[in-house]
Design a protein. Structure first.
Length: 367
């Protein structure tokens, strides 16, 4: 059996901001239309007009991914500036209200709004999706089952949405609380085989719940159309280096679990109910709280569990060429997550406009 390349693909969702008011602004897809002349299909519209989505190509390693992503942030930002706008990387906008924002005219989005109503209209949030290439669907399903345990640990590192509609929510990631209103979200159950998963999808299609598997919005999924495992749990990080670090960790987890499986070793499977306890803590406290070590059956500081995760993947990261990218975790732990830094600016200034300014500046740092 040949070892997969574990290619990377990264999708980011940016908020579009009026530089005068710092409010979200519906831009009538001008940014998408103009950026696509340079970036082709690497830039897309999203359900809300105040969102721009970008996606890297299929990247062979983190170096290629970082180069591609930095170029995307830089290019889309310049197009926004040319149109008198700005882009920012934050899981939520600190004070803009969703009810003033327009939906992108598109039959798919209109169907979603018609079905989900205010759950869809209020879903004005910004995430990071990481694809790791693995063509064998059975292996991908096995890895997806096992890797669920680690999702809260990486999610804690990504937390970058403490504010919602002008309030400090008390959460490091309120984005996930907004998204929880959608059906078919959160940590998935495990499936014994890929055929079991397809059976589930087919049942939902047959009974009119969904028209295709793209409407399964779990925190993790074996992608229905691409040969990838897609990680969807994270807030969009503020910095390119943070995104690349998180993508590298997901890639290394897939490689490590593949290595265990092909050595006839398995990682313990935990129930969705247990993993959800850690996800809730990660969203509430970020890296500053404690999570449950289910093996020891005790609480452990999240920062220590993240360092244990690094030890777990250490034997695969040199082969992947990602040690430098993953070592950025230590900087993230020292400087705090995007949420920690947003809260610090607010604590120092008492001004959410200053928080938006900080987000806009950080979004382009390192590009």
């Amino acid at each position: 059996m040949s070892i997969p390349a574990f290619t990377l693909g990264i999708e980011e969702e940016y908020m579009v901001v009026n530089p005068e008011t710092r409010e979200l602004t519906s831009h009538d897809q001008r940014i998408v239309e103009q950026a696509s002349r340079v970036l082709d299909d690497q830039v897309k519209a999203e359900m809300h007009q105040a969102v721009v989505e970008v996606g890297t190509g299929i990247c062979k390693d983190v170096f290629e991914a970082k180069k591609d992503l930095a170029n995307l942030r830089r290019t889309v930002s310049q197009v926004a500036i040319d149109n008198g706008l700005r882009i920012g990387a934050s899981g939520t906008h600190p004070f803009s209200h969703w009810s003033t924002q327009l939906i992108t005219p598109n039959p798919r989005y209109e169907d979603i709004v018609n079905e989900l109503q205010d759950a869809a209209r209020s879903n004005l949030i910004f995430g990071l999706h990481v694809h790791v290439g693995i063509a064998d669907k059975q292996m991908a399903m096995h890895i997806a089952n096992s890797v669920r345990y680690f999702l809260p640990h990486v999610y804690a590192l990504s937390t970058n949405s403490p504010f919602w509609e002008g309030r400090n929510t008390g959460f490091k990631s309120f984005r996930s609380k907004v998204f929880d209103k959608f059906p078919r979200t959160g940590i998935p159950d495990y499936f014994n085989t890929y055929e079991d998963f397809i059976g589930y999808v087919n049942l939902l299609v047959k009974t009119g719940c969904i028209d295709n598997a793209k409407k399964i919005w779990w925190d993790l999924r074996v992608h229905p159309f691409f040969p990838t495992i897609e990680f969807r749990i994270c807030d969009i990080p503020m910095l390119v280096d943070e995104t690349i670090c998180i993508a590298a960790i997901f890639q290394a987890l897939v490689a490590k679990l593949y290595k265990l499986r092909t050595s006839n070793l398995n990682f313990m499977l935990y129930t969705r109910a247990l993993i959800n306890e850690n996800k809730w803590r990660a969203g509430r406290y970020g890296i500053d709280g404690k999570m449950i070590d289910f093996g020891k059956e005790e609480e452990v500081k999240t920062r220590l569990l993240i360092l244990e995760l690094l030890e777990f993947i250490d034997d695969v990261i040199d082969d992947l060429g990602s040690r430098e990218a993953i070592n950025y975790v230590h900087t993230m732990i020292e400087n705090g997550t995007g949420a920690d830094r947003q809260l610090k600016v607010y604590e120092e200034t008492g001004d959410l406009v200053k928080v938006v300014d900080y987000i806009l500046e950080q979004t382009l740092q390192g590009t």
